[in-house]
Ligand binder design. Structure first.
Ligand code: PLP
Length: 400
């Protein structure tokens, strides 16, 4: 039977303290113990079900973590204050001085900057590779490599990772495959395909209301325990903990994710097809022209579609900027970074979310100046939005 992540979320049954249909929010940073012995045992990690201190865990964060683990099909999960607050502890937990990471070269700019500029301080080296070329990935692995890192659908170029093959490679060389699934929640289930650790920036589609940052690490109980260990856990010690109030609000938004993703995907496919018909350089995994269209299809949970992200290359930074400003003036969306909002969001990654990547490397990976990244919104009348976008492009000579 196909994996049905939305059912897994829906099937969870939580009651609040007074029989509420939502779990009660744990509005405490610290918790009492009836005996000093239990407090000691909890510190030692031997008192299941007891809470110690909210940087370690809290009921509200565990509820949200359980729902996200159910969505990804992992044993458990640990939520964090941001996506970067999930990515950085995972990498520092898995790697120490002298270790090596093989990473896709097209990843979110913040992750790239962390691997390129920050982890070398701890003597952790990273090789950046074209993740779609399995030979190149394998050739970069050395005896010091501990982690294979990629995004299922990459930011911003929308390259698709072959998670099954990468998982086999990771297994062969005894590495951990860590996959950031921020661009394709529900559509792709990396853990089901063999990834060891799945990460999300909850800031994006999962929360969906652009009112908070948040993150999650989904994995085995053993790995999540390691991250939370009071003596040696990178999540516990680096301290990027999500607040309980926020965890409860993200949980409520998560329950409508399947409906939102279907609409984001439907609208994005509609626009991608129309843009392509107009002769615009359009990249969307749902288009047959996408180099990894068949691969995406082979991995996807079909009901949720190909996701809400697409890119257009309008030829120059000037044209891209003029188009984005005009689209905002016409109320087609916002010139803003981030993704997963009810309104369409657009930005030029070369000068924003990927600006951490040096210009020559941007060129080499195909990140051109005129590239606009769209996070397509939940528009009820996408045909109307398309017609207005088309008029904007005609008035700027992007379309004749
Ligand atoms: N991963 C991806 C793919 C992203 O696009 C982002 C943010 O843009 C992050 C991780 C980082 O998440 P956050 O901003 O929540 O720290």
């Amino acid at each position: 039977m196909a994996f049905k992540p939305a059912n897994n979320i829906q099937d969870l049954q939580y009651f609040g303290e007074f029989g509420g249909v939502n779990p009660s929010i744990s509005d405490s940073s610290t918790y009492t113990f009836l005996s000093a012995k239990t407090m000691f045992d909890t510190f030692e990690g031997n008192a299941d079900g007891c809470y110690l201190y909210s940087r370690h865990s809290s009921p509200s964060n565990l509820y949200l973590g359980d729902a996200l683990a159910a969505m990804e099909g992992t044993e458990t999960a640990n939520v964090s204050a941001s996506g970067m607050g999930a990515i950085t502890p995972v990498l520092l937990q898995l790697c120490g001085s002298g270790d090596h990471i093989v990473s896709s070269r097209t990843i979110y700019g913040g992750t790239y900057a962390f691997l390129k500029n920050f982890t070398p301080r701890f003597n952790i080296a990273t090789s950046f590779v074209d993740i779609t070329k399995l030979d190149a990935v394998e050739a970069a692995i050395t005896e010091k490599t501990k982690v294979l890192y990629c995004e299922s659908v990459s930011n911003p170029l929308l390259e698709v990772a072959d998670i099954k093959d990468l998982a086999a490679l990771a297994k062969k060389h005894n590495l951990k495959l860590v996959v950031d699934n921020t661009f394709s929640p529900l559509s792709i289930s990396p853990a089901i395909l063999g990834a060891d650790v799945v990460i999300h920036s909850l800031t994006k589609f999962i929360n969906g209301s652009s009112d908070t940052v948040g993150g999650v690490v989904c994995g085995t109980q053993e790995f999540i325990n390691d991250l939370r260990n009071v003596n040696s856990g990178a999540s516990m010690l680096l301290g990027a903990t999500m607040d309980s109030l926020r965890a409860s609000s993200v949980l409520k938004n998560l329950r409508t994710l399947h409906i939102r993703i279907q609409q984001h995907s439907k609208n994005a496919l509609y626009l991608a097809e129309r843009f392509e018909q107009l002769g615009l350089k359009t990249v969307y995994p749902g288009l047959a022209s996408h180099p990894s269209h068949t691969l995406f299809k082979s991995m996807m949970n079909a009901a949720y579609g190909f996701g809400g992200m697409l890119t257009l290359d309008v030829g120059s930074a000037e044209k891209a900027n003029a188009l984005m400003e005009l689209m905002q003036n016409k109320n087609l969306g916002y010139l803003a970074v981030s993704l997963g909002f009810y309104k369409t969001l657009f930005s030029a990654p070369g000068s924003s979310t990927s600006s951490e990547i040096p210009e020559d490397e941007q060129k080499e990976m195909g990140l051109s100046e005129g590239l606009i990244r769209f996070s397509i919104g939940l528009d009820d009348d996408i045909e109307r939005s398309f017609q207005t976008m088309k008029l904007c492009m005609i008035s700027l000579d992007i379309l004749k």
